[in-house]
Design a binder for this molecule. Structure first.
Ligand code: ADP
Length: 498
């Protein structure tokens, strides 16, 4: 199949969260099984200079993009995703993308985000047309590319090269909807007839996530539990109505993890590598090195709890704040890495200053340290309010680190609680708590701290975790089933927004 994947971020070029990991890993896995994959991303020169990626070759075919009554040029560069056959097309427009961050600065989102990503979505379609990519599938991701399925139906369907193109839209996080005031609708360039409550309009404004949901042939999201949660008023974030209507075309496919990036046996960021056979011998070295690096007391006997996360309300830092004092009555250490909401940055800094040698806080984005925390910690905190899939708990399982999670979304689908029954069955892989409250988090942290010295039980938990298969092969296979279904090959055939 010829597949065009469109995303606003992809490792190793740009990343703010899981979307970047998922896009590249899916692209690689699809290409590895013989599909022709083109990944289209914006070109963020400042970020690429920072991460040392080489200059790119131009396709020599600039695109003229219609945007709100103006013509804006997109230069196209191309490259190859490292370690794969995936062609990467970079959409270059310095006024929009040559900025220090992807979506905003300390004052909030960039004011022209609607223009930036309407431009990008149009550029994806124009790139398909001018480079004659003839995609069978255009797979758009999140609100930044939500306009693409609408452009396909409203403008490109009858153009040469798109006769057999179907669209798939993936929701990586329903909390970010690309909601703009109604006048921004002019930037889409579409007829105002689509500005209605069934398609693109939402509470009087333009909603680009809703646009992707309504126009795509099939909608996916990143875990089965989240696929259900978002059709309910509690988890639907105002879009449960349209998601329920499309529930026949909505599937949850768990993300995989990229073994080139996240594998303790080959991870270049670690002081020592290990696998399931050597974990109990080598992982203590990683822990000691991490304690040293973060100025924690170097003690093998205390459980070390790690947390790497965007500091957003979603991630449960308010629970950490409430439970911190009680958690720190345990003989345990904590290390935090993250950035975002200044309140939570202040919280972890405060904890580190107060509990010197027992709590470490690193405010910022540090990929190497994220890897070392996964390897050096004994347990990993993810007390999310909601979690579409979550990657860190899967990295934790792969790195022999017990995840402590709230029972929600993808966390529920990937972590088996250490209940007496699950321990007896040898199925337990971590600790889950149900309700979103500090008492639940504290209960789970205490259970982990109590089990940690019981070496047999703990080692069994770690072994079960490390034996889980979160390879992309499995997940990519499910995406191919979806692609085949919308192409009509798999039997179902998409209904979509047509
Ligand atoms: P989300 O996509 O909601 O942010 P995920 O758990 O799905 O959450 O993915 C987060 C990804 O971002 C992981 O790869 C995680 O290691 C990484 N990450 C988050 N914050 C940081 C940080 N401050 N430094 C390094 N990596 C980070």
């Amino acid at each position: 199949m010829r597949i065009v994947l469109a995303s606003s971020e992809a490792v190793p070029y740009s990343k703010t969260g899981g979307l970047a990991d998922v896009t590249s890993a899916l692209a690689k896995s699809l290409a590895g099984s013989g599909h022709n994959v083109t990944l289209v991303v914006p070109h963020y020169p400042q970020l690429q200079r920072q991460n040392g990626k080489r200059p790119l070759a131009s396709t020599g075919q600039p695109l003229q993009i219609w945007l709100g009554g103006k013509i804006v040029t997109a230069n196209l560069y191309w490259g190859t995703l490292p370690g794969s056959d995936v062609t990467v097309l970079f959409v270059d427009q310095p006024d929009f993308f040559d900025r220090p961050a992807l979506y905003g600065n300390k004052d909030g989102d960039y004011q022209d985000n609607c223009a930036r990503f309407c431009f990008f979505s149009r550029a994806v379609m124009e790139a398909c047309r001018t480079l004659v990519l003839r995609p069978d599938i255009i797979h758009a991701n999140d609100w930044q590319t939500g306009l693409i399925p609408a452009l396909l139906e409203a403008e490109y369907r009858d153009q040469p090269g798109f006769e057999n193109t179907s669209s798939v839209f993936t929701i990586h996080n329903l909390a970010y909807q690309g909601q703009f005031w109604h006048w921004d609708y002019n930037l889409t360039g579409l007829d105002w007839k689509y500005f209605n409550a069934e398609q693109m309009e939402h509470w009087g404004g333009l909603n680009l996530l809703k646009t992707g949901i309504s126009f795509s042939d099939m909608v996916t999201t990143v875990s089965p539990t989240y696929a259900y949660e978002i059709t309910t008023p509690l988890g639907g974030m105002g879009l449960d109505g349209i998601l329920s209507r499309r529930s026949g075309d909505l599937v949850g496919i768990l993300n995989g993890i990229d073994p080139d990036e996240w594998n303790p046996a080959t991870d270049e960021h670690l002081p020592a590598n290990y696998d399931a056979k050597t974990v109990f011998e080598i992982k203590p070295q990683c822990k000691a090195a991490l304690q040293q690096e973060l100025n924690l007391e170097v003690r093998p006997d205390v459980p070390l709890f790690g947390m790497v996360s965007r500091m957003a309300d979603q991630k449960g830092f308010d629970l950490v704040a409430t439970a911190a004092e009680e958690m720190l009555k345990l003989d345990a250490q904590f290390c935090f890495l993250g950035s975002g909401d200044p309140r939570y940055e202040a919280l972890v800094r405060h904890l580190a200053n107060t509990y010197h040698g027992r709590v470490a806080a690193t405010v910022g984005f540090d990929n190497g340290l994220a890897h070392r925390i996964e390897a050096g910690s004994d347990a990993f905190l993810m007390p999310s309010r909601f979690e579409p899939c979550g990657l860190n708990q899967m990295y934790s399982l792969a790195y022999g680190t017990a995840p402590i999670v709230r029972s929600v979304g993808g966390l529920k689908d990937t972590v088996v609680d250490a209940s007496p029954k699950n321990l007896f069955l040898g199925a337990a892989t971590g600790f889950r708590f149900e309700d979103y409250d500090a008492a639940g988090l504290l209960w789970a942290v205490r259970r982990a701290a109590e089990m940690y010295p019981k070496k047999n039980l703990w080692q069994q938990l770690i072994r079960s975790g490390m034996s889980q298969d979160f390879s992309w092969g499995k997940s990519a296979g499910r995406y191919v089933e979806v692609y085949e279904r919308v192409r009509g090959i798999g039997g179902g055939g998409g209904s979509g927004g047509r």
